[in-house]
Design a protein around this ligand. Sequence first.
Ligand SMILES: O=C1C[C@@](O)(C(=O)O)C[C@@H](O)[C@@H]1O
Length: 255
Amino acid sequence: MSNSTFKIGSVQLGADLETKTVVPITATDLANVRTQSDAILHSTANLAEWRLDYLDQTISSQAIFKTAQALKMNLKSVNKGLLVTVRTKAQGGEFEDDAEAYLKQYQFILKQELADAIDVEFTTAPDIRHQLLKASGLLAVPVVLSYHDFEKTPDLTALKRLAMEMAELNVAAVKLALMPTKPQDILTLFQLADWAKTELTKPLAIMGMGNLGRITRASGNLFPSIFTFATLDDASAPGQMPLSTVETQLQLFKK
Ligand SMILES: O=C1C[C@@](O)(C(=O)O)C[C@@H](O)[C@@H]1O
């Protein structure tokens, strides 16, 4: 049922396809955005995630526009795609907790066609979330709808219910990033991924954070996760591993 696939740039993602790798850009200034981008361009990563919330918020839209436009074009030239994320402090990111500013930042990205896909947090206020999903739908920009729990891993029943509720919205994929606190939580994440492959109407990306979660970042070809985050530079979440390590493990742990 969830075998639908979608594209971020020219990269095809889906539960039946190999797990793709995503490297975050975590720089706070544009010079370092370019340095980190260059490293991704020359790497074997499939996708870049620009964590725009890490960027110094006094930087002008015009400067962001130029950098993002070049980044998207350069990624396209090497068959990689660009996911853009703005995460507020309340959502575990760095962007100010100002709903209007958050909406404006995404509207700017969408209108200027600066992203191949955007990442929207499920817990965003429903009216803002609705406006964002509507705008991205009209502009045909895929949305990865995310949910983070930096404290715990809810039980399987709660996670299934949450994933189904998220999948009902007009989004391309659902992403769950959870904090395992005991080995049993890893089994929950594996069970959820296995269930989602046939029962969820949208493809799923799933990852455990922290040291305990690491195994879930390498198992996406067995317990399907459409993509997994890995580092070339700074991590954007606890538990992320270097890209080369993740690539080796993804190949090791497959059917
Ligand atoms: O949502 C995610 C997943 C993530 O939190 C992780 O756990 O790897 C890293 C974030 O940069 C990304 O936006």
